[in-house]
Design a protein around this ligand. Structure first.
Ligand code: SAH
Ligand code: SF4
Ligand code: F3S
Length: 513
């Protein structure tokens, strides 16, 4: 970025102090950033642009929405890719080794671009930044990076960014402690029109032995009931009908409350309160942990039809021996019991899961237990992962004699079994008519729409001629294809015609206007 003379700026040059963090008064820095952008325009004749690349989970996506909100509120304009952006931002993830590797691949691209244009500005944030080994590598091999901050520092981004741009200095500001960002004071640019992400808690206390999250995101901190409800009501007023409550351990919400006023509230009560907000048609949540599923939660899911008939309930392994080594607090019997209760409360519920193959010491018998449990549950779909050792986690020190060839064969067997179950589940609903919330245009075909049923099945649908003819002109773009923007967030009824492994093909029967 081109440096701007200090006297041209309306400065609010205060030091970052602890008090400042607690007050979270970023408004003056947002004003300074606005002045920066104005001056940049005067000097360069164009508005500075930014591009955000997000890796990782939906909580990272939600963080990127706040970062985009801060950039937009300051007057920067979003760009399509690194090449055309003045500011490149990468929000990193550390969950498996390939996530780390991808960051360094992207930094390689940015290094080349920086050599071509010295004025480019680079920002890194997210979970990888909380780990010293990555910071060391970046300092050594990618020293051109201008600003580094962690997941706990987003709330002070206006200050950090302004300081780094204005004073042309490299800033590394990674807080180890979660100071509970008071997110409601920050601007946000939501990436979707059909589903609003709402973080309800941060961090995780479970310390599963394979997982890096408790080290990168810190201990569990729940957002207050009133601030969550306030955000959801304002989302409803903006027109959102689908809400996704987010937390690494979402159903542990409220367990950390010390304040007497908040104390009686738990996740089931929060869910119930959200379900009672008029106009909220679909409530999703991600990810619950089997450890904190109780009867009250199951009853609530049974009682409110606008709580999605879908639960993503990570299993990790079907072997009690491995679950114990993983530090999971559930065994296969408890998991199956939860599944039974959920299906009793909500017979139409779809179940999805996460499974890890090749955890240190996994035997053929352990793996057979996982396949057996999958046969008993028949998940609608599953995310399957090969175990990846994460530096700093207990499992990284476990003896691991596993044969990569054998693990990869197990992984294939797991995928094959899951694929048959997914196809079976999709076949069950063929010839039914279901309500679909439209998410946009299919990547492969510009005249096919995509959307989700209430139980989160992915639907690709065509529009029959008789409905196509009734569409208003804004539904079709200049090239004569469907205009995704018009359809995003609308509901329609779809006749489900053909099951595939990962999606269902259907035809629109009726569209909401
Ligand atoms: N909080 C969620 C998990 C978030 S991470 C939960 O507890 O359910 C998403 C998934 O990544 C995990 O469920 C797990 O299956 C997988 N995962 C996490 N750490 C991993 C590792 N070290 N190797 C392979 N997969 C991992
Ligand atoms: Fe990781 Fe376990 Fe926490 Fe999930 S519950 S984020 S797997 S430590
Ligand atoms: Fe990745 Fe951090 Fe999310 S490690 S999965 S971005 S919590």
């Amino acid at each position: 970025m081109t440096k701007i003379a200090k006297d041209k700026l309306r400065l609010n040059n205060q030091d970052i102090s602890n008090q400042d963090q607690k007050n979270n008064d970023q408004a003056p820095y947002l004003e300074s950033l606005k002045s920066y952008v104005k001056q940049y325009k005067i000097q360069n004749g164009e508005t500075p642009t930014y591009f955000i690349q997000t890796f990782g989970c939906q909580q990272n996506e939600n963080d990127s929405e706040i970062i985009a909100g801060i950039m937009d509120a300051s007057g920067f304009i979003s760009a399509e890719n690194y090449e055309v952006a003045d500011i490149s931002i990468i929000n990193t993830c550390s969950i498996r080794e390939n996530a780390d590797t991808r960051l360094f691949g992207h930094l390689g691209i940015l290094k080349t671009l920086k050599q071509q244009n010295k004025n480019r500005f680079t920002m890194l944030c997210g979970c990888m930044m909380t780990q010293d080994q990555h910071l060391e590598k970046i300092k050594k091999s990618f020293s051109f990076v201008n600003l580094i901050f962690g997941p706990h520092d987003i709330y002070r981004l206006p200050h950090l960014l302004w300081d780094s741009l204005e004073n042309d200095k490299q800033i590394i500001a990674v807080s180890k402690e979660n100071l509970m960002p008071s997110q409601e004071n920050l601007p946000i640019t939501r990436s979707r029109k059909f589903r609003a992400l709402v973080s309800i808690m941060y961090g995780c206390n479970n310390f599963c032995t394979f997982c890096i999250v408790p080290y990168t995101r810190g201990r569990e901190i729940s957002r207050s009931f009133s601030s969550i409800i306030k955000e959801i009501i304002s989302l409803r007023d903006e027109g959102y009908t689908e809400i996704m409550l987010l937390g690494q351990n979402v159903n542990a919400w409220g367990k950390d409350f010390r304040d007497e006023k908040e104390k009686p509230k738990n996740f089931a009560e929060l869910l119930e309160a959200v379900a009672q907000i008029e106009g909220i048609k679909r409530i999703r949540y991600m990810s619950p942990n089997p450890r904190d599923i109780d009867q009250q939660l199951i009853d609530t899911i049974g009682k409110y039809k606008n709580i999605e008939p879908h639960m993503h309930l990570p299993l990790q392994s079907g072997s009690n021996r491995i679950l114990k080594l993983m530090g999971r607090r559930h065994d296969r019997e408890r998991y199956l019991e939860i599944v039974r209760q959920l299906r009793k409360a909500r017979p139409e519920i779809s179940l999805t899961t996460d499974i890890i193959v090749g955890f240190p010491g996994e035997t053929e018998q352990d793996f057979a237990d996982t396949l057996d449990l999958m046969e008993q549950v028949k998940f609608d779909s599953a995310f399957t992962f090969i175990y990846s050792a994460r530096e700093g986690t207990p499992a990284a020190k476990f003896k691991n004699n596993s044969d990569p060839e054998q693990i990869s064969q197990r992984f294939q067997r797991l995928i094959e079994l899951q694929n048959t179950h997914s196809l079976e589940a999709n076949n069950k609903v063929i010839s039914q008519v279901e309500e679909v919330l439209l998410e946009g245009i299919s990547h492969g075909n510009k005249n096919i729409l995509t959307g989700r049923t209430a139980d989160f099945k992915l639907i690709n649908l065509s529009i029959p001629q008789e409905i196509y003819q009734t569409l208003p002109s804004e539904a079709i773009n200049d090239q004569g294809n469907l205009n995704g923007n018009y359809f995003e967030g609308k509901y329609c009824l779809v006749k489900l015609n053909k099951a595939k492994t990962f999606s269902i093909e259907g035809e629109m029967v009726e569209i909401q206007c």
